[in-house]
Design a protein around this ligand. Structure first.
Ligand SMILES: [Zn+2]
Length: 227
């Protein structure tokens, strides 16, 4: 009973695997961290994430660091990050993404990191933007600043589950408004998301940068579904 109570206040189980943390572990256990399934997409410019954007937006490089499988560790971690208020998971996942992509200058040499914004309503409910927390973890490792506020989400997207691919794209079209466009001229921008599924949210972000002269846009997420 006592340990059960203590667990509530000092949770000592890994949110990825459910096992007790070993000495010195916190947030995510070492085993979970080191067995996240790598995509290695950053080594292939024609990876499925990048290809999905071809012909739709001018994106310099795109990747997802890890595979997202139903019932697997990463799904548990992202669920805790998004719906259980465990924001620290985002920072740790961000660090893992930074480690994974550190030798890929298409990502690690960006000038600024922009997390995909959450609609203010969702931000209010969740208390934080999970993509911003992930971006923070990446930023710490690479020493690149995060600028979350300059891309403003203007429309609350409806649930996308029952929509076709095209409808999904329409649904999030033009929802982002970029403030201070001029400050991004000539910059290499890295857009960060938690999961890339259809890529439509990223496309909307990229569209917001379309009028910025000579800016280069790369995209990275923690997770992507198996293609
Ligand atoms: Zn674990």
């Amino acid at each position: 009973m006592l340990s059960h109570l203590l667990n509530l206040f000092f949770p000592n189980n890994c949110p990825g695997c459910g096992y007790n943390f070993l000495h010195g572990e916190s947030i995510i256990c070492n085993r979970c961290l080191h067995t996240l399934p790598r995509t290695n997409y950053h080594r292939f410019p024609d990876n499925p994430i990048a290809k999905n954007f071809w012909g739709k937006a001018n994106i310099y490089a795109a990747t997802s660091a890890f595979f997202f499988d139903k019932g697997e560790t990463l799904q548990h971690l992202l669920h805790q990050l998004k719906y259980r208020g465990n924001s620290k998971i985002g920072v740790v996942l961000g660090r893992q993404v930074a480690l994974e992509l550190q030798h890929a200058p298409e990502f690690s040499h960006a000038d600024v990191i922009i997390p995909v914004p959450l609609h203010p309503k969702k931000l209010l409910m969740r208390g934080y933007n999970q993509s911003e927390v992930i971006a923070k973890g990446i930023s710490e490792n690479w020493n690149i600043p995060v600028q979350p506020a300059l891309l403003i989400r203007t429309k609350h997207t409806q649930t996308q589950t029952h929509k076709s691919r095209f409808q999904r794209f329409e649904n999030v079209k033009d929802v982002f408004h970029l403030q201070d466009k001029q400050s991004y001229a000539g910059k290499h921008i890295l857009i960060i998301d938690d999961v890339i599924t259809t890529g439509s949210t990223i496309l909307s972000c990229a569209q917001a940068f379309a009028e910025v002269p000579h800016c280069k846009i790369s995209v990275a997420s923690v997770a992507a579904a198996h293609h």
